[in-house]
Design a protein around this ligand. Sequence first.
Ligand SMILES: N[C@@H](CCC(=O)N[C@@H](CS)C(=O)NCC(=O)O)C(=O)O
Length: 232
Amino acid sequence: MITLFDLVFSGDRRPSPFCWRTKLALRHKGLDYVTEPVGFCDKDKLAFAGSTTVPVIRDDSHGGRAVRDSWQIALYLDEAYPAQPLFASAAERSFARFVNGWADTTVHVALFPLVVADLHAQARPQDQAYFRESREKRLGTTLESAQQAARETRLPVWRGTLEPLRRQLAAQPFLSGDAPAYPDYIVAGTFLWPRTVSPLALLEADDPVNGWLDRMLDLFDGMGRKAPTAAG
Ligand SMILES: N[C@@H](CCC(=O)N[C@@H](CS)C(=O)NCC(=O)O)C(=O)O
């Protein structure tokens, strides 16, 4: 059995985009797993893996092997469990690594300030001070000012970062082709992150990304759609 150490907010919300990548990858491969909720102030639970971030997995079927970082976990899952590969070729793995870098360095950077105060509001009470201090240091201002400023001027910038996805979706139903694969899970994680904490409409109603997101939320018995949202 695999244990996934998964970021938890209040009301058992699970916002981490990186943990969503792993959850979708585990379901893609048909692997059973349980989650161990980890709040920002529960880092001692990750010490066994030498990590200060989630996701981390512990694989008890492989001697309790610990793997940290969502990308490393994806590689490990294909190595340890070759059936239903996340990456059927070196080219697929290479494309996925590009999408991983695009999401982390461009898409998330534009999205984060738009929902940062909402994230804080939904963090567990015991984690809020840590979240505020660490994120305000990163943003150089208060969470509330960063979010307000971003919503006034940066929504089009965030939507613009999705243009490569729209171009793919003009040609095919999923980022990865006719069927979803790890690149889709990466970007689905990006959307599940704000979905759990914020009522903000991130996309315009006629954005073709909406149709793709609906398909992603339906996957694996609607696991993304069923997850607790900002509304409850
Ligand atoms: N590159 C890492 C990023 C992981 C990461 O930043 N996770 C966040 C949660 S979304 C975290 O654990 N943060 C801990 C903290 O801010 O103290 C991955 O892909 O797993």
